[in-house]
Design a binder for this molecule. Structure first.
Ligand SMILES: [Mg+2]
Length: 284
């Protein structure tokens, strides 16, 4: 491993904080890395928070990351669509913040509830007239992200659009996320999987382990991959993205993975108990 990377790619939950509580050494770790001349950026699959919201959260926890250091699926979706799907229209089936982020880069961009309200539709009813109305939108792309306010009508709109030929793109495919009490709640990936199953299509996924977030970081930081190090807690997303990109990685045990599991997976990642051990290895 490169002992002194120029850029640290940090996952958020399970690395810097857990739920709404900062992990003990996270603020100090970021401060020490920055003092040693190593830039830190947050690499998050979360599509529900924009840069400013995420940066405010860091600030409240004493973690010195600013809006420009936040690379989430919410932030990168718009630039990615503008770059990779220029001129295409997008139906955002996700949070209002996701729609606002995307609409800064995509000219024809609708938020599902807004479009439905504009048609005078507020609830699902099983009749042919409704399906004709829903089929009028015809977006080129359906962008699926976490939507805690979703309902059957929005699902019907997205499904009809996909069956008309819209490309299904997901901000991420995290099937669930852990909350206080040890429960797992439906994640963005569960909605994406449902749309894919109903419409029998294979979605394209922007978030980790995909490389769209990393590509945006490369565009904005000008740091080559060989000078980066990924630190995450989830083998299937954080470490898999690093492997896909040829970037070295550390797996911290402060999140969803315990030591026995980490060791049984024979990952090409350095296993560290926490960020304090990561700092010691990096010499910061
Ligand atoms: Mg995590």
């Amino acid at each position: 491993m490169n002992p002194k990377p120029r850029l640290l790619l940090l996952d958020a939950d399970g690395v810097l904080w857990r739920g709404r509580t900062p992990l003990p050494y996270s603020a100090e770790f970021v401060g020490r890395a920055q003092a040693a001349g190593i830039r830190c950026v947050l690499v998050s699959n979360n599509s529900t928070k924009d840069r400013a919201t995420e940066a405010a959260l860091c600030s409240r926890m004493g973690i010195s990351l600013t809006a420009g250091d936040i690379f989430s699926s919410n932030y990168i979706a718009g630039p990615w669509l503008a770059r990779e799907r220029p001129g295409k229209s997008v139906l955002v089936f996700g949070s209002e913040l996701l729609q606002r982020s995307v609409s800064q880069h995509v000219e024809r961009c609708w938020h599902a509830p807004q479009w439905l309200a504009g048609q005078g539709l507020s609830e699902f009813r099983a009749d042919a007239e409704l399906y004709v109305l829903l089929a009028r939108l015809r977006p080129d792309i359906v962008l699926s992200g976490m939507d805690v306010a979703t309902d059957y009508l929005r699902h019907a709109l997205a499904c009809i659009a996909i069956q008309q030929g819209a490309e299904l793109i997901g901000t991420n495919d995290d099937m669930s996320f852990p909350v206080e009490g040890g429960w797992q709640l439906p994640g963005s990936g569960s909605q994406l999987a449902m749309l894919a199953a109903v419409c029998r299509v294979e979605p394209l996924v922007l978030g980790k382990p995909g490389l769209a977030i990393l590509e945006q970081i490369e565009l904005e930081t000008d740091v080559e991959r060989s000078a980066m190090l990924m630190i995450g807690d989830r083998p299937q997303t954080d470490i898999a993205m690093a492997v896909n990109a040829g970037i070295p990685s550390m797996l911290v045990l402060t999140g969803v993975t315990d030591r026995a599991t980490a060791e049984s997976l024979s990952l090409p990642a350095t296993i560290v108990a926490d960020l304090a051990e990561a700092a010691a290895i990096l010499g910061i």
